[in-house]
Design a protein around this ligand. Structure first.
Ligand code: HEM
Length: 363
């Protein structure tokens, strides 16, 4: 036990002096004293602290989810830590309201002091993207070179090392691919589902033929055929492989089947945690896109069409990342392949039984 007064212990434990001593507005040092530079600096520092926490959560999630066999007990911490990252991302997006209280004129007044400093050089942000699964080859080219070429050697090394480690996308894909129940005994979800889907299209064709004629019928039958083709593209392994090679799908064929299975039969007790995991990961992806969008709008408000201090086209580049730098769009695309519940194949009893926790209070 230390005999220091309680308030000192608070300061020591939280390193308050170091944190509060880290804001040094350059316009103040230069004698211009632009009021809003303090907000600008603290804002970025607060973000960096939250980025650190997100990385801390992601590291733990990845260690658990990338194991060869994921312990079922790990699902609870995985969902808790990812859920926490979701809540932090919400804060990051909401916080922009505070920065937008800064008049663009104030930003112009201290901008010269930033030099070429830009959020573009945030190593932690790049690590978050990489740990989630954004690939180097999928990034928009800004400087006709690599996105990390303006970072210091230490940050570059950290990003390159993260690129060699498991990322959330690959860990999820591997875990989904091993989902039991998709094929169990004589049960094969994919062929059951294909039969149900083709049954649905047969019904649609019969209904169109009964109700329509002439050109209208022709158009309707063509629309139905197009819908069917979409499904055929996922049912056929070869078509899926070429879609993967062309970058239209990133999820493996097995993971695609499992994620659809989980989405459809999500109420089954053993699928509830996997379904929540898919939902949580989609939340992370959507919130990151929302942050990118809000940040781009804020940048447009502050600098209009001007280029960024980091050397990009500014608003135009940032808006393009909203779409291009998405990572888990495959999970969103799954909804394309849902059919009405009344047409879904029921799970065979022997499969369904295995998916329930069978407890009876009776001796
Ligand atoms: C007045 C406020 C801000 C302005 C005008 C601004 C401007 C910009 C611009 C123009 C870029 C594109 C790269 C470049 O050419 O510089 C950028 C990127 C970035 N900014 Fe900001 N920013 C602001 C606030 C923030 C804050 C508070 C954060 C939080 C850390 C942040 C994080 C980032 C990140 C992570 C990128 C890289 C985005 C990517 O490449 O996908 N920015 N910013």
């Amino acid at each position: 036990m230390t005999d220091k007064p309680v308030w000192d212990q608070y300061g020591d434990y939280l390193q308050v002096d170091q944190i509060l001593g880290a804001q040094r507005p350059r316009s103040h040092a230069a004698g211009q004293g632009v009021h809003d530079e303090m907000l600008f600096i603290q804002f970025h520092q607060i973000y960096e602290l939250w980025f650190k926490q997100i990385l801390f959560e992601l590291d733990d999630v990845l260690a658990r989810l990338s194991a060869d066999v994921v312990n079922e007990r790990d699902m609870q911490p995985i969902l808790t830590y990812l859920g926490r990252a979701v809540e932090i991302f919400k804060q990051l997006e909401g916080m922009i309201d505070v920065l937008e209280t800064m008049p663009p004129q104030s930003f112009v007044d201290f901008r010269e002091h930033l030099g070429t400093a830009s959020g573009f050089q945030s190593a932690q942000f790049r690590l978050i993207e990489t740990r989630l699964g954004l690939q180097r080859k999928s990034r928009l080219c800004v400087f006709h070179g690599q996105f990390d070429e303006n970072l210091n050697a230490q940050s570059q090394a950290a990003i390159q090392s993260a690129e060699k480690q498991p990322n959330l996308f690959d860990a999820l894909d591997g875990w989904l691919s091993r989902t039991p129940f998709v094929n169990l005994g004589g049960y094969a979800f994919w062929s059951e589902y294909r039969t149900a889907v083709y049954g649905m299209f047969d019904q649609k064709i019969a209904a169109a033929r009964a109700a329509l004629s002439g050109e209208v019928l022709k158009n309707e039958l063509e629309a139905i055929a197009r819908g069917k083709e979409k499904f055929e593209a996922i049912f056929d392994e070869k078509q899926h492989a070429s879609a993967q090679a062309e970058g239209r799908w990133r999820l493996s064929w097995k993971a695609l089947q499992a994620s659809l299975f989980i989405t459809i039969y999500r109420d089954e007790p053993v699928l509830q945690a996997p379904y929540n995991l898919l939902k949580c990961i989609m939340d992370v992806d959507a919130l990151l896109a929302r942050w990118r969008f809000r940040h781009a709008l804020m940048v447009q408000r502050m600098v209009g069409l001007g280029v960024g201090t980091g050397g990009s086209s500014g608003y135009e580049y940032l808006m393009a990342t909203v779409q291009t730098h998405r990572i888990f769009t495959d999970l969103f695309a799954l909804s394309t392949y849902l059919i009405p519940s009344r047409l879904l194949p029921a799970l065979p009893e022997e499969v369904s039984k295995k998916m329930h926790y069978q407890y009876s209070a009776k001796a």
